[in-house]
Design a protein. Structure first.
Length: 116
């Protein structure tokens, strides 16, 4: 287990789903969020003080550890969870996946945004 450092302050983080869709109402998607947060804690990137999962957004209070940049940790968390949600939708509900399709040069699907 890595040593916890406290040179950075705890931060409040909010992420919402595209058009405030209720994706997190389903257990499979809640589990994706939880496993992703567990990985970040075990990997020593964050100390997680708490989180709230709503059907269409999440709130986190976490502390990014000194060796890691806030933007990279956030990007990693959001990218991984979005990919896992896309895979889950591909397996179980292809029509719902189509509602996340976007016309963008850098992605085919868009699941959410960060609110600062």
């Amino acid at each position: 287990m890595s040593e916890i450092t406290f040179n950075q302050y705890p931060q409040f983080f909010t992420a919402t789903f595209l058009e405030w869709k209720y994706l997190l109402a389903k257990n499979a998607f809640k589990d994706i969020i939880i496993s992703s947060l567990q990985f970040l804690v075990k990997d020593g990137r964050v100390v997680l003080y708490g989180f709230v999962r709503m059907p269409n957004h999440i709130y986190l209070i976490w502390q990014i550890q000194d060796k890691h940049e806030r933007a990279k940790v956030q990007q990693s968390f959001l990218k991984y969870t979005a990919q896992q949600m896309k895979f889950q939708l591909q397996k179980t509900n292809l029509p719902e996946l189509e509602t996340y399709k976007v016309k963008a040069s850098d992605r085919e699907y868009h699941f959410g945004s960060v609110i600062l």
